[in-house]
Design a protein around this ligand. Structure first.
Ligand code: FAD
Ligand code: MLT
Ligand code: ZN
Length: 542
């Protein structure tokens, strides 16, 4: 099939008078490096030595511990020892570091206790005790969050879901999967693969993140374009409220209009309203035919043109449309093995990764073929390759999925995850770059070393990353609140998919009205009157 695709493209190139160089692009066997693709299995794979990460409390001195919260005592630990196995309690300072420091090495809490319950009943007992004694709690999944939400700020107790990782049921007719919240996303996907299904979400952190963390952040990722958000695919949740009440809403029904849809409140609540302990999610059938193409493009207008056409011409088989810029590929090449897998001969201003997923390979190949011929004939793309097998598909994805890690290797990374109308998507990157140049703060030896843009074009979601030498107040002041004002001024959201955590909570007013924020505070007060769940985050404290 791949041969047919190539020869057909070659034919069109001749017909349209495209140059030999461009013709050969599609025909060129992809020169893949033999090394293993990038894997995200270890959340702290590239973390700086922990000692170098400053405590959040020192870095942000305006933050004050809320003295309503009790400090942990020996008595408290004795209670937890009475309900959990010794191996489910972590107190040794070296072991605590992993739970206290976030993936970006930006935030560092000072928790003295990590609890790892292995049942919903244990979670219930923990939260009830903490609520009764006003002990603050941070729920933690795979700790891959990018807004500092999953790590403590002060001495909150970390409740890690890593021991709750059982798949409870799977319905091979409907595709409803019910599992513990601590199941790792990739493990679930592998389980479903064996049964002909797949998880409706996919992210670069799949090897570490938990489904409970995904639900709690309402993670978007690489398949949202096709399967929609978790607000649609989650069928039910089991949640433990701060007072220990177990809310059993683990429905597997697709339709259920009986009362308020309570689960929606916990999707994206970032652990501020309770702990998600179980998830029921609708898995789609695994597509039989998958194609991935990587394109090199000159301008963002051309990226948009390619996207518009993909909606028309690939329509129902289009499953991902991702882009990244020259700064992103440079970092991937510099820092990651995946960079050696770049099959395009020269550097381009923009890259587009298109994935199609369908049930009929011949049909999909033909559609993709026609689409690519059109792009090439109309000179919308300058270069490109189509993966010829599963390994090549994985290697192309590894370039895209490696960008967050490559960025983090470039220094201290300020991450902005904004959504807005696609036509202005890249302008945010250009305007930020221009601002930093104008301020004489960009380039070698300056405050900022790189401004990178990538993201999910199909979702109108830009990841603007600004790499600095260090996280400093001076650097922060140059880019915040500028970027939030810019986003609000372009009818965008200041957090498309990563959430608010501690890094965006005080900027919520750029995306939500005062009355909406007030109602959110009322929900919080109703469900968590003592405020023990993930304090200092999510809702504005100013
Ligand atoms: P954590 O980081 O542990 O926690 C995140 C938040 O959820 C915290 O506020 C925590 O308190 C809360 N929480 C966790 N578990 C529970 C629970 N069981 N009950 C209640 N609250 C809980 N995000 C995207 O949206 N799209 C992407 O494409 C994407 N790609 C990524 C790629 C990389 C390489 C990395 C490092 C991160 C990426 N992320 C992405 C961000 C991150 O992976 C997601 O936010 C993910 O959903 C977090 O899951 P986690 O289990 O690691 O949660
Ligand atoms: C991604 O799309 O790669 C993720 O959201 C992570 C990131 O923004 O770095
Ligand atoms: Zn993303």
């Amino acid at each position: 099939m791949a041969t047919r695709l190539q020869s057909s493209l070659r034919l069109v190139a001749r017909q349209t008078g495209a140059t030999l160089a461009r013709t050969s692009v599609w025909n060129r066997p992809v020169a893949w490096a033999t090394r293993a693709a990038f894997s995200t299995n270890a959340p702290h794979l590239f973390a700086a030595p922990h000692g170098k990460v400053a405590f959040t409390a020192d870095k942000y001195p305006h933050m004050r511990r809320n003295n309503v919260f009790k400090k942990l005592s020996e008595e408290d630990v004795t209670y937890f020892k009475s309900i959990l196995a010794p191996s489910s309690i972590t107190q040794a300072s070296d072991d605590l570091e992993t739970f206290n420091i976030d993936w970006l090495n930006k935030y560092r809490g000072q928790s003295k206790l990590v609890l790892k319950p292995s049942s919903t009943e244990q979670v219930s007992k923990i939260l009830k005790y903490c609520n009764d004694h006003k002990l603050a709690v941070v729920p933690q999944g795979g700790n891959t969050g990018l807004v500092g939400g999953g790590v403590p700020v002060f001495d909150e107790i970390v409740v890690s879901m890593s021991n709750m990782n059982t798949i409870r049921t799977f319905d091979n007719v409907s595709g409803a999967l019910v599992c513990d919240a601590g199941c790792i996303l990739e493990v679930l996907d592998k389980y479903l693969e064996e049964r002909g299904y797949l998880m409706p979400l996919d992210l670069g952190a799949k090897g570490s993140c938990h489904i409970g963390g995904n639900v709690s952040t309402n993670a978007g990722g690489l398949r949202l374009l096709r399967y929609g958000s978790l607000h649609g695919t989650v069928l039910g949740l089991e949640v433990v409220l701060p007072d220990g009440t177990i809310l059993d809403n683990l429905s597997t029904l697709r339709k259920d209009n009986t009362g308020y849809d309570l689960k929606q409140l916990f999707i994206g609540a970032e652990g501020t309203l309770g702990m998600v302990t179980g998830v029921s999610i609708l898995a789609p059938k695994r597509p039989k035919a998958i194609n991935v193409a990587l394109l090199g493009v000159d301008t963002f207008d051309q990226v948009q043109a390619a996207y518009k056409r993909s909606k028309n011409e690939l329509s129902e088989i289009l499953s991902a449309f991702e882009f990244w810029d020259r700064a992103a590929i440079k970092l991937v090449k510099e820092h990651l093995v995946a960079g050696a897998n770049d099959p395009l001969e020269s550097l381009h201003n923009f890259y587009v990764l298109i994935e199609t997923s369908g049930s009929n390979k011949d049909h999909d190949d033909e559609k993709l073929n026609t689409y690519l011929e059109g792009l090439m004939g109309d000179e919308i793309v300058q270069d490109g390759v189509v993966a010829q097998d599963t390994t090549q598909i994985q290697n192309l994805w590894a370039i895209r999925e490696g960008i967050p890690e490559a960025c983090s290797k470039a220094g201290a990374v300020y991450k902005y995850d904004i959504s807005m109308p696609v036509p202005v998507l890249y302008q945010a990157v250009e305007d930020m770059r221009a601002r930093l140049v104008q301020s004489d703060a960009f380039g070698d030896g300056k405050l900022f070393t790189s401004v990178i843009g990538y993201g999910h074009v199909g979702d109108g979601n830009l990841h603007l990353n600004v790499a600095a030498e260090n996280f400093t107040a001076e650097a922060t002041a140059l880019i915040e609140p500028y970027i939030f004002e810019w986003t609000a001024g372009h009818s965008g959201s200041i957090s498309a998919e990563h959430g608010l955590g501690i890094s965006k909570n005080n900027f919520l007013h750029y995306s939500k009205s005062a009355s909406m924020i007030e109602l959110m505070k009322q929900f919080k007060k109703m469900l968590d009157p003592n405020g023990i769940m993930n304090p200092y985050k999510y809702l504005p404290d100013k």
